[in-house]
Every structure is written in C-alpha cells, then in structure tokens.
Design a protein around this ligand. Sequence first.
Ligand SMILES: Nc1ncnc2c1ncn2[C@@H]1O[C@H](COP(=O)(O)OP(=O)(O)O)[C@@H](O)[C@H]1O
Ligand SMILES: [Mg+2]
Length: 246
Amino acid sequence: MKNLDNITPIIKIKDLRKSFEDNHVLNGFSMELYQGENLVIMGKSGSGKSVMIKCLVGLMQADSGNIEIMEKDISKLDQKELNSLRTEIGFLFQGSALYDSMTVRENLKFPLRKSKKDPVETEKLVFEALKSVGLTKAIDLMPNELSGGMKRRVALARAIILHPKIIIYDEPTTGLDPITAKEIIELMRNIQKTYGASSLIITHDVDCARVIANRMILLIDGINYAEGTFKELSSSKDKNIQAFFK
Ligand SMILES: Nc1ncnc2c1ncn2[C@@H]1O[C@H](COP(=O)(O)OP(=O)(O)O)[C@@H](O)[C@H]1O
Ligand SMILES: [Mg+2]
C-alpha cells in the first residue's frame, strides 16, 4: 500500500461513540477513507456497522466524536450545506430499501427530487443509471415484480444516479444467493471503474471483502480493532481476527 500520510482523507471519523442506554455500541471508532479506494468494514451482526454509517450520513446523532467529509466537519454544517454534501454521497441501504409503491423509474428519480434538473436530463440520468446495472428493461416495473438481485441492482442504480464521489454500501450482498452476490460485486467493481468513486463497503461477507477490498477495518467491541489488507488480516494470529475468516 502506498504511503497515504500526506493525502487528505475524503472521510475521516475520529473517536465515534454511540450508546443506546446501557448498550454501548460504538466506543471510540475511528477510520479514514481515501480517494479512490474500496475500504471494507467488517463486523459481526449487531456490532454497530449500520449505526456507524447512520451517524456518518447524519441519519443518527452520535454521542461524541468527530466526522469530516471532504474536509468539512459535518456537525458545523447547516441543513443546506448538509443537503449539498449528501448529493456527493450515494447510499445503498441494507436490504435495498426501495419504495414499494413506486416504479423503478420513480425510485431512481427520488434522489433527484431536490436537484433542479429538467425532465429530459432526469430521464437521461435514470436511463444511464439503469444501463450501468443492466436493467433498462425494468424501468416501468414495480419492486414486487423484481427478484432480490434485481432489487439490489435498482438500489445500486439509485445510489449512483448523481455520480457521487463517495458510495456507501451497507451489506450489499446479504440475503442474496452466492451467484447473484457475485454479480452484484462485479457490478460494484465496474461502477468503481466507471465513476472512480471512493467506496465504503460494510459487510460480513468474506468473499465480498476478498474480491473488493483494497483495505479493511475490523469493527470489534465498538472500535476499529484491526486494519490491513485482506491478506494481512486473514493470516493474522489474533483469535478475534481469525474468527472472521473461518
Ligand atoms: N435506533 C436504535 N435504538 C436502539 N438500539 C439500536 C438502534 N439502532 C441500533 N441499535 C442497536 O445497536 C446495535 C448495533 O446495531 P447495528 O448497527 O444495526 O448492527 P449491524 O452491525 O448488524 O449493522 C444493536 O445492538 C442494535 O440493537
Ligand atoms: Mg447493519
């Protein structure tokens, strides 16, 4: 890995803490995401991965800690600045999270509702995003007419429709059969190549991590317990780390 000391991270989280009453979920979690990398965060189910992401994108308030996105301290931004920053971030929610009462086209338009794009441009973006996940034929279908893999593709298209600088994936392969999971990972890699975004991938899927991670962080007991490449971590002698790779 090249020396990153002089490069400013695109996301910087420092000492993040979050508890729900006496359930201490995050106990000083820190991480940095660098330009163009695929950073995988692995943690057991219930370890606080989604909580961490929700704090990061402002859907949840952390108890303490510092979050900078593109060199901006998000706690110091007003709503307008936050909204503008959010347009730079694509988010693939856990379990796809499509709106069931909207067609694929309407689901994709949803992130565009606040941008002042004209209808022709909007349609173009919708089509282009669907094309990049190979699903233009599904444009007028409802989510309940789609398979799990297709839903995930639509969610992926929605995440990238505004050509974000940062893409956050929360469990992109969870709940999919192994072949469909592989297809989604391949799409993520293609999207990475096409758009050059920096990606934060939350997963407990070892195969997904092996294929996509440039670097990994293990979230254990609410902290960034270990950090390294897949190879480094998977050959670690530490029992807590080994448990992930069995
Ligand atoms: N809104 C909430 N209120 C209370 N507890 C919550 C809330 N959201 C998450 N938690 C708790 O925080 C812990 C971590 O949850 P989560 O981040 O969803 O785990 P995962 O790593 O599987 O994504 C769990 O114990 C969960 O019950
Ligand atoms: Mg989760």
